[in-house]
Design a protein around this ligand. Structure first.
Ligand code: ADP
Ligand code: MG
Length: 234
């Protein structure tokens, strides 16, 4: 499903290149549910940005769902992401002026008939326990409810791969557990490949496969800090 090979990524700051990722090889099978754990600043978000094609690696290969992402232009990566990847973020990113169901509807294919869209949306809101909340504005929903809407938006077009960046980061622990279980359950039912990055061990422990970013990425935070100090000293 996903194969990363020889990927390197760095950011240029003040004339220096700070290496962030160096991944010799990492692969994920179809339908796997993986939590990547690691401290803040260890490159977790950057890794998801590269997997989703938001960022391009400086070198190396990213194969995903049968496509060579590293060979695509930016517009091709954008359309690949829109059709094949579901993305869930810590802060939900719902559009405040649209109702919960409108936030979902805007990502659905334009050619789908209105009746079919309505039916699917009703089904999803029922499924996540928000059947009576779909016409609320995001500001009229709790944070846990907003994250459920963001989960529907990520899954409604049945993407083969779902990426989540600290999806429980701004929820209290009880709500975080509920949202984690819901996400795992929905992805299990639909056979999605799910990759979550988090520094929440409680969340990670609910996943069948856990991996520390240090096992994937050869650049540890400590090493990177030392290198950037060396660069400054030169
Ligand atoms: P994490 O998600 O694990 O907290 P990130 O992937 O967001 O880590 O960031 C990894 C490192 O890369 C951090 O040290 C961060 O400051 C740096 N970084 C991220 N994006 C940029 C950028 N656009 N320019 C410069 N440095 C960046
Ligand atoms: Mg991050």
């Amino acid at each position: 499903m996903l194969l990363i090979q020889g990927v390197k990524k760095g950011f240029h700051v003040g004339g220096n290149r700070i290496p962030i990722l160096d991944i010799p090889r990492w692969d994920v099978g179809r339908g796997e549910k993986i939590a990547i754990i690691g401290p803040s600043g260890s490159g977790k978000s950057t890794l998801l940005h590269i997997i989703s094609g938001i960022l391009r690696a400086d070198e190396g290969e990213v194969h995903i769902d049968g496509q060579a992402l590293h060979r695509m232009t930016e517009p091709a990566r954008d359309s690949f992401r829109a059709s094949r990847i579901g993305y869930i973020l810590q802060d939900f990113h719902l559009i405040p002026s649209l109702s919960a169901r409108q936030n979902v509807e805007i990502v659905m294919p334009a050619q789908m008939g209105a009746a079919e869209r309505r039916k699917r949306i009703d089904h999803w809101f029922e499924r996540v326990g928000l059947g009576d909340r779909s016409r609320h504005l995001p500001s009229q929903l709790s944070r846990g409810q907003q994250q459920r809407v963001a989960i529907i938006r990520a899954l409604v077009n049945e993407p083969p791969i779902v990426l989540a960046d600290e999806p429980t980061g701004s929820l209290d622990w009880e709500t975080a557990d509920e949202v984690t279980d819901l996400l795992l359950e929905l992805c299990r039912e639909e056979q999605h490949t799910l990759i979550v990055v988090t520094h929440d061990l409680n969340m990670a422990n609910r996943f069948p496969r856990r991996v520390h970013i240090g096992e994937i990425n050869q650049i540890s935070g400590v090493k990177r800090l030392a290198e950037s100090r060396e660069e400054r000293a030169i």
